[in-house]
Design a protein around this ligand. Sequence first.
Ligand SMILES: C[S@@+](CC[C@H](N)C(=O)[O-])C[C@H]1O[C@@H](n2cnc3c(N)ncnc32)[C@H](O)[C@@H]1O
Length: 327
Amino acid sequence: MLRRPVAISPPCRGNVNRMNLSALGNLSHRLKLVGTLPPKLVAAKIAKRLPWSNKRAVRIAEIVHSPKDREADRLLGFFRTQESFLVENEGWAPIDFTGRNVLEIGPGPLGGLSLMAVFRGAERVYGVEPDWVDDVLTDPAIEDAYLRPHHNVLSAAFGNLMDYATFRTRLGERLKIDAVGLSDATPGFAADIVLSNSCLEHIGDLPDALSALVDFTADDARHMHLVNFGNHRDREAPFATIYEMPPDQYRLKYGAHINLLRASDVFAASASAGLGLSMAIVDQPVEKAEAVDLHPYWRDNYEMDDLAVRTALYFTPMSNETESPIP
Ligand SMILES: C[S@@+](CC[C@H](N)C(=O)[O-])C[C@H]1O[C@@H](n2cnc3c(N)ncnc32)[C@H](O)[C@@H]1O
């Protein structure tokens, strides 16, 4: 596979006409998305933008009415599928969280996999999530809609490791999530385990952020990062729109929601950061990439097998030893 690093253009700025075009392109795209969401979620999203709204309350309403965020076993399902994939295909050993320091990048509005890490005995867990709302997990609406059901899911998956009251207390004591991006993380520990699910593709300054990550990661840390290289809109046509235009034009039309790096770019960025990660391609539907009328930018800079990677895992390869014991 070609590993040709591609520079990411900075977001357009300073040109009023281009900014107006961007706003219009994004507006029509957003209006289409709104049609697919539950009405209460749309109401919360509108309320969030009103200058007089109580930002925290509307953000909580937004989370409570989001069927995706509320699904109690969604992220655990992803984690287990990814881990099994690496166990079967890459000789991985399942991660043992007991006594470990864990860092999650972009856990999402409800703390993502970090809750599982606490449940499974992690010593300290730190997340970086730009959209984080402080104290969200102790909000009564969120407790009912998510935290209790999630505790049930974790107990069914891993056994009755702790009752709900202990889980809630441990989250308060051991989990900290800061509303910042990865480049501004301050975990206060060297992470033994670093996780992310569908997040690295959203980080605009990924090469710099990965270089920063090395500074708060233990030398023998275990990483598992699932990256989704599709357009995040259409499962049937994951590369449509992306490969039809150069990156600058895509950002004008759809916004900077994804960084448009390809699988080889993320691998190269992790290698130059010194993270020592391997890449396992999970899903590579070549026919879906070939179905797109490729703009020369993509044809000239990438091989088809790179363009066809929809999802890949970036992970720490196992050495011959098993996991080192807690000192
Ligand atoms: C597609 S969501 C995934 C959330 C969650 N991991 C999941 O799988 O549901 C991507 C997440 O990355 C977060 N994110 C964006 N830029 C980030 C950054 N620079 N550092 C950390 N997280 C970031 C977003 O706020 C968002 O919650």
